[in-house]
Design a protein around this ligand. Structure first.
Ligand SMILES: [Zn+2]
Ligand SMILES: [Zn+2]
Length: 104
């Protein structure tokens, strides 16, 4: 019978922690969709994109998961412009004020 103190238990600790981080990222999903009205954010996997709700569970507004201009997916919940084409994808006011203030 092997004892409880097997060698290798401590050695395995670091890679295992990376595993958990990787697993968590994958559980959340690789891509982001968000409500255009209240900013509610959803994460999803490429293969589960059809399951992303079209209406926000909180306010029933449109949930956006693709750039309206070029159809690119969103890798980050905090972007206000499409990474591919620069088109505005959400209201910057959601973050407490416009990022670029016209005039002034
Ligand atoms: Zn909403
Ligand atoms: Zn785009």
């Amino acid at each position: 019978m092997p004892s409880a103190n097997e060698p290798g238990t401590t050695r395995r600790r670091a890679p295992r922690r990376n595993w958990i981080q990787e697993e968590r990222r994958q559980t959340l999903g690789d891509w982001v969709a968000f409500c255009v009205s209240c900013g509610h954010t959803l994460r999803y996997f490429e293969e589960s994109e059809p399951e992303v709700p079209r209406a926000c569970p909180q306010c029933r507004a449109e949930v956006r998961r693709r750039c309206p201009a070029c159809d690119a997916r969103f890798p980050s919940a905090f972007q206000v412009e499409c990474e591919e084409c620069g088109a505005p994808v959400r209201e910057a006011e959601l973050f407490g004020g416009p990022i670029r203030k016209p005039g002034r």
